[in-house]
Design a protein around this ligand. Structure first.
Ligand code: CMC
Length: 387
C-alpha cells in the first residue's frame, strides 16, 4: 500500500508550517503571533487583531488609523450583488446564502495576479470590510427587510449591529456593552490554526484558486455542527432541554454510546483543558446578561446548570470534555437579539481573517498542491462481466 501514514481525522499530521497561531491544548494556551488571547481580548480590538494576524506585528497608531480608514472605504458591496441575493429562497439558511454570495465575490472582484502582496492586500481589505455587510444582508434577506447600507463613521462592531437591526423606520440604538461584546465575539473567533475550515481554505488555495472562492470553501466546512455550527446547535439543544428538570435525561443520552447525541458546546479536538476563549467568553456572557437584565433568563439557567453538571460528571472529566467557546457565544448572541440561524454566519465573518491570513501565508512562500493519500480498501482488479 505504499509508505503512507494512516491518520484519519488528521490527529497527528502537520500539513504545513505556520507562524500565525499557537495552541497548547493540554495547558489551555492560545497565542496569536505570540500574544495571549486573554490579553488581546482585554486590550485590543478586532480590527487590530486582523492587522496582527496578517501582517505579523501590532500596528503603530498611524498604521492602525490608516488600516481602519481603508477598511471603512470598502464596506459597500457591488450593487449587482443584490440581484444575486434575490435568487435565493427567503427561507434559505443564511449560511447557504453566505456560502454562495462569498463565492460570487470572486466574480465581482477577480484579480489574475495574487502572486503580488499588493493585490492580496486589496483582497484582504475587501474581505474584512465586506463580510459584515454580506452577513447582515443575508439576515435582512431572510427577514424580507430592505438591506441597510453601512455607516462608516461607526466602529466595526457598531456598523455590523446597525446593518443588522436598523430599518427604514428607525436606526438601531447602539448599546456600548453590546457593541463591545460583539467585537469580543469577533476576536475570539478570528483564528484557530489548522481547524477543518482553515485546512479546507489552505487545500483549496493550494490549487491557485481565487481567494474569495477559497473563503467560500471555508464557509462550507465551517457550517457543520461539529465545527462552527455548534453555536447554533447549543441553542437548539438548550431549547430542546426546555427545563432544568430534563437536564439529567440529556446528559444520560450524551453518555450513552448507543445514542449518537452529544452535548453541543462541549469538547474540543485540541483543548484537553479549558478552552481559553471560553473563559473570556464566559465573563463577557455574564457582563452582557447583567447589562441587559437577563440574569434570570430560563435558557441561561439551563446552560449554567448543564455546565455545572457536566463539569462534575466522571464521564466528561475522564474524557476532558469542557465547555468550548461556542457554548457561551450562543448565549450572548441570543441575548443580543441575533437569531440562531445567524450564529454560524457571525462565526464565519469573524474567521474570514484567519482563513485569509493562512491563505496569504501559504501563497507568500513556496507551496505545493495539497494532495492527501488514502488506504484503498475496495475491490482488487476484476473483469467487467461479458454478456
Ligand atoms: N458529548 C458527549 N460525549 C462526547 C462529546 C460531547 N460533546 N465530545 C466528545 N465526546 C466523547 C466521544 O463520544 C468519545 O468518547 P469515547 O472515548 O468513549 O468513544 C470521546 O469523548 C472523544 O471524542 P472524539 O469524537 O474522539 O473527539 P474529537 O476530537 O474527534 O471531537 C469534537 C471533538 C469537538 C468534534 C467533539 O467533542 C464534539 O462533537 N463536540 C460537540 C460539538 C461542538 O461543540 N463542537 C464545537 C467545537 S469548538 C469550535 C470549533 O473549533 O469549531
Amino acid at each position: 500500500q505504499g509508505l503512507f501514514t494512516y491518520d484519519p481525522g488528521f490527529v497527528s499530521t502537520a500539513a504545513c508550517e505556520s507562524k500565525i497561531t499557537y495552541i497548547d491544548g493540554e495547558n489551555g494556551v492560545l497565542l496569536h503571533r505570540g500574544y495571549p488571547i486573554e490579553q488581546l481580548a482585554e486590550s485590543s480590538d478586532y480590527l487590530e487583531l486582523c492587522y496582527l494576524l496578517v501582517r505579523g506585528e501590532l500596528p503603530t497608531e498611524e498604521q492602525s488609523n490608516e488600516y481602519r480608514q481603508t477598511v471603512s472605504q470598502h464596506t459597500m458591496v457591488h450593487d449587482q450583488m443584490t440581484h444575486f441575493f434575490n435568487g435565493f429562497r427567503r427561507d434559505a439558511h443564511p449560511m447557504a446564502i453566505m456560502c454562495g454570495v462569498v463565492g460570487a465575490l470572486s466574480a465581482f472582484y477577480h484579480d489574475k495576479d495574487f502572486s503580488d502582496q499588493e493585490h492580496r492586500d486589496i483582497a484582504m481589505f475587501r474581505l474584512v470590510a465586506k463580510m459584515p455587510t454580506v452577513a447582515a444582508m443575508c439576515y435582512k434577506y431572510t427577514m424580507g427587510q430592505p438591506f441597510v447600507y453601512p455607516k462608516n463613521e461607526l466602529n466595526y462592531a457598531e456598523n455590523f449591529l446597525h446593518m443588522m437591526f436598523s430599518t427604514p423606520c428607525g436606526d438601531y440604538e447602539i448599546n456600548p456593552v453590546i457593541a463591545e461584546a460583539m467585537d469580543k465575539i469577533f476576536m475570539l473567533h478570528a483564528d484557530h490554526e489548522q481547524n477543518a475550515s482553515t485546512s479546507t481554505v489552505r487545500l483549496a488555495g493550494s490549487t491557485g484558486a481565487n481567494p474569495f472562492a477559497c473563503m467560500a470553501s471555508g464557509i462550507a466546512a465551517l457550517w457543520g455542527p461539529a465545527h462552527g455550527g455548534a453555536n447554533e446547535a447549543v441553542l437548539t439543544m438548550l431549547e430542546e432541554i426546555g427545563d432544568i428538570e430534563h437536564i439529567d435525561e440529556f446528559v444520560a443520552k450524551a453518555k450513552d454510546k448507543e445514542d449518537p447525541f452529544r452535548l453541543m458546546g462541549f469538547g474540543h479536538r485540541v483543548y484537553k483543558n479549558f478552552d481559553p476563549r471560553a473563559k473570556v467568553m464566559r465573563q463577557t456572557c455574564d457582563e452582557v446578561l447583567e447589562a441587559l437584565g437577563l440574569e434570570n433568563d430560563p435558557l441561561l439557567k439551563i446552560a449554567k446548570r448543564l455546565e455545572q453538571i457536566a463539569l462534575e460528571d466522571e464521564y466528561f472529566i475522564k474524557r476532558k470534555l469542557y465547555p468550548n467557546v461556542d457554548f457561551y457565544s450562543g448565549i450572548i448572541l441570543r441575548a443580543i437579539g441575533i437569531p440562531v440561524s445567524m450564529f454560524t454566519v457571525i462565526f464565519a465573518m469573524s474567521r474570514t481573517i484567519g482563513w485569509f491570513a493562512h491563505w496569504n501565508e501559504m501563497v507568500s512562500e513556496d507551496y505545493r498542491i495539497g494532495r492527501p493519500r488514502q488506504l484503498y480498501t475496495g475491490y482488487t482488479k476484476r473483469d467487467y462481466p461479458t454478456k
